[in-house]
Design a protein around this ligand. Structure first.
Ligand SMILES: NC(=O)c1ccc[n+]([C@@H]2O[C@H](COP(=O)([O-])OP(=O)(O)OC[C@H]3O[C@@H](n4cnc5c(N)ncnc54)[C@H](OP(=O)(O)O)[C@@H]3O)[C@@H](O)[C@H]2O)c1
Length: 241
């Protein structure tokens, strides 16, 4: 396959957990996967190795998604090199399990800056190029916390509800450009994020695997999935019921 025919995917938070599985799932001869992360060089390098083991091509891009100018630079660099971004997966996120009474203004801002503003920053910078090509796919990783109340997670829950609203609202604006934007409401997945959550009364017994989410991301990014937009799909093994 010629280089310019390959799909270019950008996955935020690709060093660990769900993002790592998404990068692996998207890897192959027909794609180039840009693996974004914030701190963990070793784990990011491991993701890149896994992408290459699948016969794919990948690239690392260390950048804090909450920093608008860093994101702008990352996306400019990708577009300069590859001329396009076919799919953006907004997966980077942080969890804060803290009762509202103990949530400081700083805690609140930290969660919003990564989980919500990170999505704003990436989409804001990617969208002009997608609109120019009249083509693109955006996936936002949301949470079961928007389907069933998880006590002690007000800031996190609000950030994910906001993402759902963002997804629906923007989908309507960009449908005329053949750009789809969807969310995945992920159930509990066995990653670093949920270690230690049991103390908050969360039943994490019904845990899924990161690959369960990655499978859906792959489908939503595919050319076959041109007729779904503005939806938030629950992938949670029924735990929100
Ligand atoms: N696990 C679950 O049960 C669950 C349930 C519902 C929704 N989700 C959502 O799924 C997504 C992934 O969660 P996970 O469980 O895979 O989390 P995780 O294991 O804690 O991994 C988080 C990833 O996000 C990256 N990251 C965090 N802040 C970042 C920032 N500011 N800029 C760039 N990268 C950043 C981390 O990079 P470093 O390695 O460099 O720190 C890491 O790659 C999140 O949006 C989360 O809210 C997870």
């Amino acid at each position: 396959m010629k280089e310019d025919e390959k799909k270019i995917y950008l996955v935020t938070g690709g060093s660990r957990g769900i993002g790592k599985a998404i990068c692996e799932k998207l890897a192959g001869e027909e794609s180039i996967v840009i693996i974004n992360y914030r701190d963990n060089d070793e784990m990011a390098a491991d993701t890149l190795k896994r992408v290459e083991n699948h016969g794919g091509h990948g690239e690392l891009f260390k950048c804090d998604v909450s920093d608008y100018y860093a994101v702008k630079n990352m996306i400019n660099e990708i577009i300069k090199k590859y001329k396009k971004i076919d799919g953006l997966v907004n997966n980077a996120g942080i969890l804060l399990m803290r009762y509202f009474m103990f949530t400081s203004k700083e805690d609140w801002n930290n969660v919003m800056n990564t989980n919500l503003n990170g999505v704003f920053n990436c989409v804001k910078c990617v969208l002009p190029e997608m609109i120019r090509r009249e083509k693109g796919r955006i996936i936002n990783i949301s949470s079961v916390a928007t389907r069933k109340v998880i006590e002690g997670s007000v800031a996190y829950t609000v950030s994910k509800y906001a993402i759902n609203g963002f997804t629906k609202s923007l989908a309507k604006e960009v449908m005329k450009y053949n750009i789809t934007i969807n969310g995945i409401s992920s159930g509990f997945i066995d990653t670093d994020m949920i270690k230690g959550c049991e103390g908050y009364g969360i039943n994490t017994e019904k845990k899924g695997k990161a690959e369960d989410i990655a499978e859906w991301v792959k489908f939503l990014l595919s050319d076959n999935c041109r007729f779904i937009s503005g939806d938030i799909i629950s992938v949670d093994g029924g735990s929100s019921l």
